[in-house]
Design a protein around this ligand. Structure first.
Ligand code: GLN
Length: 493
């Protein structure tokens, strides 16, 4: 009595209809029945879930959207995939992304760009828009109704930015909560597995399944830190928890609005919806507190130095000999010249964005540049972290005792997820793509939980407004406050 859930059928139909245009999936799994109707319901029974193509799956390719891994079929599942299967999920396929997660528009992909599935009834001409990156395929798949939820990754914003552009929910959990075993590394000190879904409840359901300690992941946070954070959080939430009933109450919740997250580059179409969202949170009883995180403006540069440095080291394993695309030297070539073999394989295997990061990252790590670039960036990272620790009520229990609370601190921060709505694919140019991450990288550098939720339509679109594309609002909390962040997201959506 095994049968495919109705939702799985429905999603496969949408994929068949729309994927040729959206290009969200790069591989679709055969319909393997996952729902045993006789068995007790599992948390994700019958739910079709898509996996970003930089997360290993044993029965499907894992290309990282790179020529380098085009033929790679891992012999194992990443821990996160294994947990989803145990929970009853139907792993429906692999989603397009920027090569090895490097990018913000999902245009650096050997599979071609992802097209944002949202439609605008107002903004003129219908030039295709970016789904955001690097997890553009996962966001577009959720946005188009091709899956119930999708796994993404987030190193500097790759879950939150595409979620914001495609009008879906995207959670980057606290660093170290979700296992990275079997997730292809980009920058290990920043990489997190993210979750996307159409609403907060579906996002939480997947997060709860994945939120377990994994011994195989050496960077996993300790079971003690987890427990401590969750205890501290539950106690704090009693002070403001959303009352049941038709109208939620946020009495006692302190929300910080960081002034640096409203830069000059912020488009006016973002500002109004965010203001209305903040006003509605205030009307539910929350206390709105203006706060300052002065190191924010240095975060983006520090991120690109650190992420590239770590990437250059991670990419070294793709040498065309032990791993990755192997380009045969021409007949008669001197095979003792291994450098020639490396260069051929790596030049053909890596796209231009990945090559750029390898060069920049390697430079930042050279003896000449190390002090001025890598070390400085590490210092900025610490300043960014200190900024957050200064304004949150609860401490980061991974390095200070739980008793270190700040009475006047805030519970969460609310700010725009991106400085604009989805850019047209034709708009891609130079530095612009890097600037998109300016509001998402600080939480990555500090390892904090951050959720992007679409601003509800009623707060977003005014009769006179031209741009009716989705706008994301971010909720950021102290390390381990993932549940609090989800609860506030639920009130906003
Ligand atoms: N856009 C950022 C980058 O290119 C972030 C990518 C990510 O989070 N994977 O590095």
């Amino acid at each position: 009595h095994r049968k495919l859930s109705t939702e799985s059928h429905q999603c496969r139909r949408v994929i068949a209809e729309r994927n040729a245009t959206v290009n969200a999936f790069v591989y679709t799994a055969e319909a393997v029945p996952t729902t045993n109707t006789a068995a007790p319901a599992l948390p994700l029974s019958g739910r079709p879930i898509a996996i970003k193509d930089n997360i290993c799956t044993k029965d499907m390719p894992t290309t990282c959207s790179s020529n380098m891994l085009k033929e790679f079929k891992p012999p194992y599942d990443a821990t996160v995939v294994r947990l989803l299967r145990i929970a009853g999920a139907d792993i429906i396929g692999k989603t397009n992304c920027d090569e090895f997660g490097m990018g913000s528009m999902n245009i650096h992909s050997v599979h071609g760009p992802v097209i944002n599935p949202c439609h605008s009834t107002r903004s003129s001409p219908n030039s295709p828009r970016s789904a955001g990156g690097s997890s553009g395929g996962s966001a577009a798949a959720v946005g188009a109704g091709m899956c119930n939820a999708a796994l993404a990754t987030d190193t500097g914003g790759s879950t939150r930015l595409p979620a914001s552009y495609c009008g879906v929910v995207g959670l980057k959990p606290s660093y170290g909560l979700i296992s990275r075993w079997g997730v292809v590394s980009f920058a290990d000190s920043l990489d997190c597995v993210g979750v996307m879904a159409a609403n907060v409840a579906d996002t939480r359901r997947v997060f709860d399944v994945l939120n377990v300690h994994d011994q195989k992941d050496p960077t996993a946070s300790s079971p003690e830190s987890r427990q401590e954070a969750s205890k501290m959080n539950t106690a704090r939430r009693r002070k403001w928890d959303i009352a049941t009933g038709s109208r939620p109450s946020l009495n006692g919740l302190r929300i910080g609005i960081p002034q640096e997250y409203f830069p000059l580059e912020l488009s006016p179409t973002i500002l109004q919806p965010i203001r209305r969202t903040i006003a509605s949170l205030r009307s539910l009883g929350a206390t709105i507190v203006p706060v300052s995180l002065p190191s924010t403006s240095y975060a983006l540069s520090a991120y690109y130095v650190l992420a590239s440095a770590e990437a250059s080291s991670n990419m070294a394993r793709y040498d065309g000999v032990q791993y990755g695309l192997h380009v045969r030297p021409p007949p008669g070539a001197d095979l003792t010249k291994t450098s020639d073999l490396y260069a051929r394989s790596r030049s053909a295997g890596f796209g231009p964005e990945v090559q750029k990061r390898i060069l920049l990252g390697t430079y930042a790590l050279t003896a000449d540049a190390f002090d001025n670039y890598f070390l400085q960036a590490q210092r900025v990272r610490q300043l960014v972290k200190d900024d957050f620790d200064r304004i949150f009520h609860l401490p980061d229990v991974t390095h200070v005792p739980a008793s270190n609370v700040r009475e006047d601190g805030v519970d969460i921060l609310v700010h725009p997820s991106a400085i604009r709505t989805a850019p047209a694919l034709s708009e891609q140019s130079g530095l612009d793509a890097y600037v998109q991450d300016v509001l998402t990288v600080p939480a990555s550098l500090a390892g904090l939980p951050a959720l992007s939720v679409p601003v509800p339509k009623a707060l977003r679109v005014e009769e006179t407004e031209e741009d009716d594309w989705p706008v994301g609002v971010s909720v950021v909390g102290q390390w381990g406050c993932d549940e609090t962040v989800l609860r506030v997201g639920e009130v906003i959506e």
